[in-house]
Design a binder for this molecule. Structure first.
Ligand SMILES: *[C@@H]1O[C@H](CO)[C@@H](O)[C@H](O)[C@H]1NC(C)=O
Ligand SMILES: *[C@@H]1O[C@H](CO)[C@@H](O)[C@H](O)[C@H]1NC(C)=O
Ligand SMILES: *[C@@H]1O[C@H](CO)[C@@H](O)[C@H](O)[C@H]1NC(C)=O
Ligand SMILES: [Zn+2]
Length: 525
């Protein structure tokens, strides 16, 4: 799952109209000029001006032969249909074939004395790379092998497991989610080891085989193995967000969003059971009618608006300086405008997801025969929990909204929103990822973001405080529909950039500690 989102496209204009019609703006402008300036300064600069210890000693130069080889490896990975059909059913033939591919494509990784490789839960992989300085806390790079199903008949331009090249793009299920980060990480390590690299800071690479069906076998067993060894991690980097280019309307230049949390989730079963009856003598209320009314109440009374109370606030504040007025002004002053912006964002489903815990009625079952009033009616509701709310609070709200004792409410499964990882100047993982992004893509704005879907990384929350969800995959308008959809693809250039990113990230992690923040001269002109 890539927890992807396209947000507030097209809504800024609307927002703008509302704002302009508000006379408040003139008065408040006076108060906030200073805060706008301070904010854009912080974000622009951060640790970028600081003096970083130089660790990026090995540079990556990909020659023609290597380019052919790395693309061939990647295409082979796409051609193996490692599909997770359900929690119980995956293509184990394909998973075994994938194992063979990894050993063939990355011989140095598998033979290096610095790398210990082990299979976990038969099909997942754990690589432990030894660092020369054991006092440096290790980190973990995470990716997953499995993909969601894909069928050519859905309208793909190229068969989904063909890895066909069209106009510089490689097409296929898994090209984004998640085989490009997976192969990119191992290809980067292969190149580093060939060049004689030995890390100072040790690290792990975890490859789960059932992420698309919750990671209960792969990721959870990798976590179990690491816990047995009392491993603590400096940070975890997994899939999640990406570089958005032209996706956020009004934003100047591309933005790299690094996911610092994930929404929680709950699946709730509602059921009504009554005595069955014949349709010739119906009671005044049927199990179907009672349940339908309960479901309707849930849809008509959405969970409370919480925009500005979770990490989405940081996203807006970090990006503010890349907007023109008045958006810059609004986004820099969410203390004032969050309720207003929340009302604008809730109008569309994709942006509403940032504003609140969402409620989706996904299944409704009752009745077997046209002339029998069914004894049982049941419905399932899937909720994605906003960071500022807990699973228990959501369950309590469902109870009070349904407000009918005859409706039985059961939690099928669920978990709280993930803790929010740090994203400040002292945050090792965030700053290393940010520096690596900016070294490779100097024009990008880096900001923390929130994942509205879930990834394997959530299973790692006992091993680290800081989990980041990001890969430098470039998304342009319309690309979000490709993942888990049709025509999933990545450009050859972007795949090479991924390799470069991990190649550089691994070396950047070798610093002993982050540099001190240098405050630039505050030169307002
Ligand atoms: C990189 O090079 C610098 C200076 O040549 C050296 O001090 C440092 O130890 C090297 N770092 C690594 C990780 O090899
Ligand atoms: C499972 O993967 C193998 C290749 O490893 C492939 O030949 C087979 O068709 C796949 N099965 C299904 C049901 O997709
Ligand atoms: C691994 O495979 C063995 C043998 O097929 C099986 O007994 C075991 O349950 C599998 N383990 C997991 C975690 O799937
Ligand atoms: Zn994924």
């Amino acid at each position: 799952m890539f927890c992807f989102i396209v947000f507030f496209c097209g809504q800024l204009i609307l927002c703008l109209k509302i704002i302009i019609s508000s006379f408040l703006i003139a008065v408040l402008l006076l108060f906030t000029i200073a805060s706008i300036r301070t904010l854009s300064l912080d974000v622009n600069v951060g640790l970028q001006l600081a003096r970083w210890e130089k660790t990026n000693n090995i540079s990556l130069v990909i020659d023609h032969h290597q380019r052919e080889e790395l693309l061939a490896n990647f295409k082979e990975a796409i051609r193996i249909p490692t599909v997770s059909f359900s929690e119980k059913e995956s293509n184990t033939t394909a998973l075994r074939e994938f194992d063979r591919l990894l050993r063939k494509a990355f011989p140095t990784v598998f033979s290096s004395s610095l790398v210990r490789h082990e299979l976990v839960a038969n099909y997942s992989h754990l690589f432990s790379v030894q660092g020369s300085q054991p006092d440096l806390v290790p980190y973990l790079l995470l990716a997953h092998i499995d993909v969601v199903p894909a069928s050519e008949s859905d309208g793909w331009e190229a068969p989904p497991f063909s890895a066909k090249e069209i106009d510089g793009f490689i097409y296929g299920r898994g090209t984004i989610d998640d085989k490009s980060p997976l192969m990119g990480i191992l290809q980067a390590l292969e190149y580093l080891l060939i060049k004689g690299y030995a890390p100072r800071r040790g690290f792990y690479i975890g490859l789960g085989h059932d992420e698309e069906v919750s990671g209960y076998k792969g990721a959870m067993n990798i976590v179990r193995v690491l816990k047995q060894r009392s491993v603590q991690l400096s940070f975890v980097l997994d899939e999640g967000l990406a570089v958005l280019d032209g996706v956020i309307s009004g934003l100047e230049g591309p933005a790299a969003l690094i996911g610092i949390s994930e929404k929680g989730s709950a699946t709730v079963k509602l059921s009504v059971s009554m005595l069955p009856g014949h349709s010739s003598m119906p009671p005044s209320e049927s199990s179907i009618g009672i349940l339908a009314a309960a479901v309707k109440r849930l849809e008509e009374n959405p969970m409370p608006r919480l925009f500005g109370h979770g990490p989405e606030r940081g996203t807006f504040e970090h990006l503010a300086h890349k907007f023109g007025l008045p958006m810059k002004f609004i986004m820099s002053n969410l203390w004032l405008f969050a309720p207003l912006l929340g009302r604008v964002l809730e109008r569309k489903p994709d942006t509403n997801a940032f504003v609140r815990t969402t409620t989706a009625v996904t299944m409704f079952n009752a009745g077997v025969k046209v002339n029998i009033i069914p004894a049982l009616a049941e419905a399932y509701v899937n909720l994605r929990i906003h960071s500022a709310q807990s699973l228990q609070e959501v369950l309590d709200l469902i109870q009070s909204t349904v407000g009918d004792q005859r409706v039985k409410i059961e939690l099928v499964n669920g978990f709280d929103p993930l803790p929010v990882s740090s994203a400040d100047e002292k945050s090792f993982g965030f700053q290393i990822i940010k520096k690596t992004v900016l070294d490779i893509f100097p024009t990008v704005t880096v900001a923390p973001g929130i994942c509205i879907g879930n990834t394997d990384s959530r299973h790692f929350k006992d091993l680290t405080n800081d989990i980041y969800r990001f890969a430098p995959v470039w998304f342009k308008p319309g690309d979000a529909q490709r993942f888990h959809g049709i025509n999933e693809r990545i450009s050859k250039k972007n795949y090479e950039e991924l390799i470069e990113f991990y190649f550089s990230l691994i070396q950047n992690c070798d610093i002993q500690k982050l540099p001190e923040l240098v405050l630039p001269n505050l030169n307002y002109t």
